[in-house]
Each structure stands twice: as C-alpha cells, then as structure tokens.
Design a protein around this ligand. Structure first.
Ligand code: PEP
Length: 263
C-alpha cells in the first residue's frame, strides 16, 4: 500500500491542542459549535479531536455529550494514579474528566518542564493501562536538523517512549512528528521535501503497527492539503490555525475532501 496515509486503513486524524489558552466560556462555546457542526455522525474519513486545558476538559466533555464523534484529549498527565505530586494531574484524573487521548512529550514540555524519554515512556505506559490513546509528540531542534541528525533523533525519541510495548499496545498509539523549528510563532513551515525522509523512516519503522502518524508544525489552510499528501502522513496536529473554530472547521473539510480520507 503506498501513499495511503498510514498504517492500516483508518481515518485521517485532525486535532488541535489549545495549549494554555481559553477559559471555560470560550472553551464551551468552541466545543458546542464544533459539535453542532459535525453532528452525531461526524465527518466521513476524518477523526476530529480537541485538546483543551485541564480546567476545561469536563466542561468540554459535557458540551460534546455521550458518543460524540469528536474525541477529547489532555495536554499531559502524570504516570502515577494518585499521591504526593503537588500540581500534577494523573491519567486517571484526566480520564475521569473526559479525556480519551493524552498528549505526551510535546517539545514545550521537554524544554520547560524536564520531560525526558524516560518520563514519556512512563506516561505512554500509564495512558495505555487506562485504556486511553497516547499521542506521543516527537521532534528535533534546528541544531539537530543542521547536524543532519533529524531522523536518527526522532526515531530514538519514539523508540525510547515506546520501549517494551506489546504489538496490541503499540497498535493503540498515535505519534505526532512536530519539528521544533517548525512549530509556534517563531517556527517556519517545513517544506514537503524536508518531511519526506522523516516520514518515510517513521513509516518504515511503525507503518501498519500503530493507530496513526500525524504531522504538526505551522499547519495552516494553505499547506494542509499538501502535507496530508506526504507518504505515511495520517493526519494533522494543529495549534494556531485551529484555535478559532472557523480555521479548524476548514481544516476538517480539507481533510474530508482528501483522497486519503477513508469513510
Ligand atoms: C504545536 O505547538 O504543537 C503546534 C503544532 O503549533 P502550531 O500549529 O501553532 O505551529
């Protein structure tokens, strides 16, 4: 199978993390309007997901209601279920608040909060143990890219976090490749040519064995379609371009119209 997006036959995953943005009112109204838009049936061939702040998770869950086609996620979670970990929130707690996906190892968490390959491994295991979907973020810095080490670096990040998983557990994982130099305000969009090799290698390693392989980093309405066209890209993980609902809805439409979308 070539150029099919990934990794088994499945939907294109298109999701957004809001990072440390949006209070309760804004979170509720975004999710309510999204839910109205996609209805109970969702969009054929596309799996939408939204990752609000912890504080808005339960409210977002309530707005979506049961059996929504939109999945909800948390931006992080601790690997222990409970205990003396002041300021942390456990996988059990985010599950209780409505999370079905848990984002792990975003580069901002690695840079500012000491997330390591070892902590990502513990978190992936905890998320799987609770029956949720780990969304493992991997990505190299500009320095690593300049040294020509991008692919080696991201494969090591992935292998470290996924070490010891059974085939069944691995089959429930999502990976988002998000080069650090391509994300956020200071990032510059990656070109399709720059992304071909990392995705080819990730596809070689994990193709057919995981739920999906996503791309993230300065995705917008202009580049989404061509990014989805890269071999082994099975979805998009989006920040700024999806923080306002019309942008996210447009991205969902672009994905739904893509030949890789399997309804
Ligand atoms: C991100 O920070 O993970 C991200 C994808 O952000 P943006 O789309 O805004 O570059």
């Amino acid at each position: 199978m070539t150029d099919t997006g990934v990794i088994g036959v499945g939907p294109l995953w298109v999701g957004t993390s809001w990072k440390m943005n949006k209070g309760l009112t804004e979170s509720r109204s975004y999710v309510r309007a999204l839910s109205d838009h996609v209805g109970r049936k969702g969009l054929p061939g596309v799996q939408p997901f939204v990752i609000p702040s912890f504080t808005a998770l339960a409210a977002a869950r309530d707005e979506l209601g049961a059996d929504s086609p939109v999945l909800l996620g948390a931006q992080n979670a601790h690997w222990e279920d409970a205990g003396a970990w002041t300021g942390e929130v456990s996988v059990a707690q985010v599950k209780d608040a409505g999370a079905q996906i848990v984002e792990i190892g975003h580069s901002e968490r690695r840079e500012h909060f000491g997330e390591t390959v070892e902590t990502t491994r513990l978190k992936v295991a905890a998320v799987l143990a609770h029956g949720l979907v780990p969304l493992l973020c991997i990505g190299e810095s500009a320095e690593v890219k300049r040294a020509g080490e991008s692919t080696r670096f991201i494969l090591e990040q992935a292998a470290g976090a996924l070490e010891g998983l059974s085939a069944e557990q691995l089959g429930r994982v999502l990976i988002a490749y998000e080069p650090i130099w391509a994300i956020g305000e200071s990032g510059r969009p990656a070109t399709v040519d720059e992304l071909r090799e990392p995705f080819a290698e990730l596809g070689r390693e994990y193709g057919g064995r995981m739920t999906g392989l996503l791309y993230g980093g300065s995705v917008d309405l202009d580049n989404a379609e061509e990014l989805l066209g890269i071999d082994h890209v099975g979805g998009l993980f989006v920040g700024r371009a999806a923080w306002q609902l019309p942008g996210y809805l447009r991205l969902l439409e672009i994905a739904a119209a893509h030949p890789k979308a399997t309804g």
